[in-house]
Write a protein that binds this ligand. Structure first.
Ligand SMILES: Cc1ncc(COP(=O)(O)O)c(C=O)c1O
Length: 425
């Protein structure tokens, strides 16, 4: 923990920073999808000279005020909709982030994406869902140990073969596992096909098994990442809720009543409202990325630029005036190589706060190449100048760092903490 380390931030964003880069304007299709302005980025440090020369770049920066607002907004939405919130922690993988996501919640519960995360949170949370249907034999010993230690620990099943692995293990180790059945609502990545009778038979088998307890059914509309604008997202909100509710209804007719009917991705949970969920059987949502949001989410239409709470801070390390090019010390191992999804691909590997006309057009392992369609003012970006970058995909970028520097907010700009994240599998 770091306390009372005061940093000064007295600069204003110059008006030249309000110009949109050409790659942004080129892909804009409607008013709703218009790229956000930097002038809206009220709670982000406004000048790179603000950053201490003590911290080695690249580093990962979190604006706690924005993060906390994102978390409270999601909690409030779940409350207003009468739906339970089980936030996903895969984006930040920290205890502090999870506490913000569950602040004030009675019986807080989480979703995790690795067993390492499950271990990490097991000392603090009594209800944890490992929502990756990856039940290989080599994982069962650890799953058993987690099941014995965490009052409610759930795993995911999506096939007869994974059910067999856990049933065989349960029989020989005298244990009962709590399982969710993942349902594919359109992403076609994991989950049972809700229109296939075999999926209903799988749930029935689980329901009747003495070694397995049905905790609920679960879906994640990953296809929402290909949406552009709130209207498209809203359609996926309804698709996600409808498909899982129809599946739940079929189970009801078979006399099976799953306690939990869960949906959620950040786009669908950010845009979804009581209106879309009220006439469905959805009773739990599990978004994760909304804690940080990122540039891709602004392009999808899930949030505004001012909602982005996580940044990669990099230094300018080279000039190539003949090529109108800067080099920075943030490469693929800081920003990731994610350019977004089909409808929302970004022409830059991140959004540079200090000048929107700059684009990160190429990444090698440790080095980023920054170009522009306008002549770069090399005087303004001397060697050593810090750039504050909103990553395209904050989940991937955060996971490339082992700690996050946390500031209270941009106005006072005090470094108030350093968070460690849990990495590995
Ligand atoms: C199974 C599952 N559930 C929930 C989430 C959370 O979705 P998001 O990251 O869009 O908030 C994810 C994210 O990848 C996921 O894979």
């Amino acid at each position: 923990m770091i306390h009372n380390k005061q940093w000064s931030s007295t600069h204003q964003i110059s008006s030249s920073y309000h110009t949109h880069s050409s790659f942004l304007s080129a892909t804009t299709t409607s008013g709703e999808d218009a790229p956000p302005k930097w002038s809206e980025l009220e709670s982000t440090p406004t000048d790179s000279s603000f950053w201490s020369s003590e911290i080695k770049t690249p580093f990962f920066l979190v604006d706690l005020q924005v993060l906390d607002r994102n978390c409270r907004t999601m909690i409030q939405k779940a409350n207003e909709c009468g739906i339970s919130l089980r936030p996903h922690v895969k984006t930040h993988k920290t205890l502090e982030g999870a506490k913000h996501q569950t602040i004030g919640l009675k019986d807080p519960k989480l979703v995790v994406s690795t067993l390492a995360e499950a271990e990490y949170y097991s000392a603090h949370y009594k209800d944890i869902h490992y929502a990756v249907p990856a039940l290989t034999k080599a994982k069962m010993k650890q799953i058993e140990s987690l099941t014995r230690r965490i009052p409610k620990f759930h795993i995911d099943v999506e096939s007869e073969s994974s059910l067999k692995i856990i049933e065989d293990y349960a029989k020989t180790h005298n244990i009962q596992f709590s399982v969710f059945v993942q349902v594919d609502c359109g992403q076609h990545r994991v989950g049972v096909d809700p229109s296939d009778e075999a999926s209903l038979r799988l749930v029935q088998k689980i329901y009747e098994s003495p070694n397995v307890k049905l905790a609920g059914i679960y879906t994640h509309a990953g296809q929402s990442y290909s949406c552009r604008g709130k209207e498209e997202i809203r359609r996926v909100v309804m698709q996600e809720a409808q498909i899982i509710s129809d599946f739940a209804q079929k189970l009801h007719r078979m006399g099976i009543h799953p306690n939990t009917v869960a949906v959620g991705s950040t786009p669908t949970c950010a845009v979804g409202t009581r209106e879309e969920w009220s006439n469905t059987l959805v009773n739990e949502i599990h978004p994760g990325n909304y804690v940080f949001y990122d540039y891709m989410q602004t392009r999808i239409g899930s949030c505004d630029i001012k909602d982005c709470s996580a940044f990669v801070v990099a230094s300018v390390i080279g000039h190539r005036p003949s090529m109108n090019q800067l080099t920075i010390d943030a490469g693929a191992l800081a920003l990731s190589k994610d350019i977004g999804c089909s409808n929302v691909s970004c022409a830059s590997y991140g959004y540079i706060k200090e000048d929107e006309t700059l684009q990160i057009t190429n990444l090698t392992q440790e080095i980023g190449i920054v170009t522009s369609e306008k002549p770069i003012n090399f005087e303004a970006f001397r060697i050593g100048t810090k750039l504050t970058i909103i990553p395209n995909h904050s989940c991937l970028s955060a996971a490339l760092f082992d700690k996050y520097y946390v500031i209270n907010n941009s106005k006072e700009a005090k470094l108030i903490d350093i968070w460690s994240n849990i990495r590995g599998w």
